[in-house]
Design a protein around this ligand. Structure first.
Ligand code: MEV
Length: 440
């Protein structure tokens, strides 16, 4: 029976676990055992993880895999990927190897602008509000000096603040729309602190602005928060080769494959049902590296899909064409990432992942992650347009079932051979295991 509890957060970890297992599990000792099985024996390391969030009862593991052989702007990388889905890392590795032999990936950061907004209500004359804003704009920036000093020393800071009129959408609604350069930090704390200071200065100064009526002086701040939509924090990654070099597949000519591939991308460009799945495949690569490097995958996801729909219709993040016998495949994607701050110096595996990537700047990480997305999409489209996706998946499915049944190496060998010519279904594999075991 479920029940409510007061003061849960105040309980010790052991007390929290006791309450959970006693309240929700018929076999409470077993449940407790599973939770404890995932604790780290190094108490300090466990405490570090406990303190990342609130009410921690155990750790939730994801595998960390690596995809080697990524040649990006003539530099080699092995890319760390944290993901639970089978085949993703294998697909990335295959795509990396494929393009390694064809000049690798070329990338470029197009822009790095981050955005934050103060949303407020003003009842009055917009002309006067504009005049007020222009009068105090420099003060808004000056009063954030203690927050921005360090960032400015390194070459970042506030780029600009604009006053935006949204009163046609909501009565009296306006914004301070600010842009920032946050260098190697994702910048959420920096931006939010600046915005909250803007809001304070703005509200206070309105009360002293002589041209405002008493009503106009009462600006109401609704909220101050960064925007995770960063269409001007944009990176591009591309691969290209002569059409004749696009495949060694014996069942399809290189040119026919190139054309089919471009068609597959065109379909994702115009058909939202396909675009969502197509982009999901892109995000298999992107999220896995975002997670491994301790970045905020929810922010990335929210932004990327808004960007994919920026023209009013959800569409593909990648594009492809054949021009003068050259096959070109590219992605342009907004990625707000950090390589300092946040988890990057706290989580030992994140530190390790960043070191594996040659300790990249945020700009370099944008390029690496865009490549991971492009590579993943290339691998998916290559199998979809040739063998179909199930061939690879079924191999993994077979492996998983064999592991579930704790098959020996010999059993695995025999059954893998058997299923080269037989369709993999759960029941077919289970039957085959039983038959094999009955024989021996
Ligand atoms: C599966 O996780 C991802 C794919 O469905 C992507 C795609 O269809 O392009 C294979």
């Amino acid at each position: 029976m479920s029940k409510t509890i007061a003061g849960f957060s105040k309980l010790t970890k052991a007390e929290k676990i006791n309450w959970i297992v006693d309240t929700y599990f018929s076999n409470s000792e077993n449940a407790k055992g599973i939770l404890k099985q995932y604790w780290n024996t190094d108490e300090k390391l466990q405490q570090l993880h406990d303190e990342f969030i609130e009410n921690t009862i155990t750790n939730y593991y994801l595998p960390l895999g690596v995809a080697p052989n990524f040649l990006i702007n003539d530099k080699l990388y092995t890319i760390p990927m944290a993901i639970e889905e089978s085949s993703v890392v294998a697909a990335a590795s295959k795509a990396a190897k494929f393009w390694l032999d064809r000049g690798g990936f070329k990338t470029e950061v197009i822009s790095t602008k981050k955005i934050g907004q103060v949303h407020f209500i003003f009842n009055g004359d917009f002309e006067k509000l504009t005049q007020f804003f222009n009068t105090i704009k420099s003060k808004l920036i000056k009063e954030t000096k203690s927050i921005t000093a360090n960032m400015e020393k390194r070459g970042g800071g506030i780029i600009d603040i604009e006053l935006r009129d949204k009163s046609q959408d909501i009565n009296g609604y306006y914004q301070l729309h600010a842009s920032f350069e946050t260098l190697d930090a994702m910048g959420a704390n920096f931006i939010n602190s600046c915005l909250e200071q803007f809001a304070k200065t703005f509200k206070r100064e309105a009360q002293n602005f002589d041209l405002f009526s008493d009503l106009e002086k009462q600006i109401e701040i609704i909220m101050s928060i960064l925007s995770n939509y960063v269409p001007d924090c944009l990176v591009r990654a591309e691969v290209s080769c002569h059409v004749d070099n696009l495949t060694e597949n014996k069942n399809i000519s290189s040119r026919a494959f190139a054309q089919k591939f471009v068609q597959a991308v065109n379909i994702a460009e115009i058909e939202p049902y396909r675009a969502v799945t197509h982009n999901k495949g892109v995000m298999n690569g992107i999220d896995a590296v975002v997670l491994a490097t301790g970045n905020d995958f929810r922010a990335i996801e929210a932004c990327v899909h808004a960007y994919a729909a920026r023209n009013g219709k959800y569409s593909s993040l990648t594009h492809a064409k054949i021009e003068d016998d050259t096959f070109k495949f590219w992605i342009e994607i907004p990625l707000a990432l950090g390589t300092v701050g946040g988890l990057t110096s706290l989580h030992p595996l994140v530190k390790l992942a960043l070191e594996l990537l040659h300790k990249p700047s945020a700009k370099e990480l944008m390029q690496i992650i865009a490549v991971a997305g492009l590579a993943q999409n290339f691998a998916a489209l290559r199998s979809l347009t040739t063998t179909g996706i199930q061939e690879g998946h079924m191999k993994m499915h077979l492996k998983n079932i064999l592991n579930q049944f704790e098959a020996t190496d010999n059993e695995k060998k025999t059954l893998t051979e058997h299923f080269k010519n037989n369709t993999v279904t759960h029941s077919a594999v289970v039957d085959a295991i039983h038959q094999l075991r009955a024989k021996n």
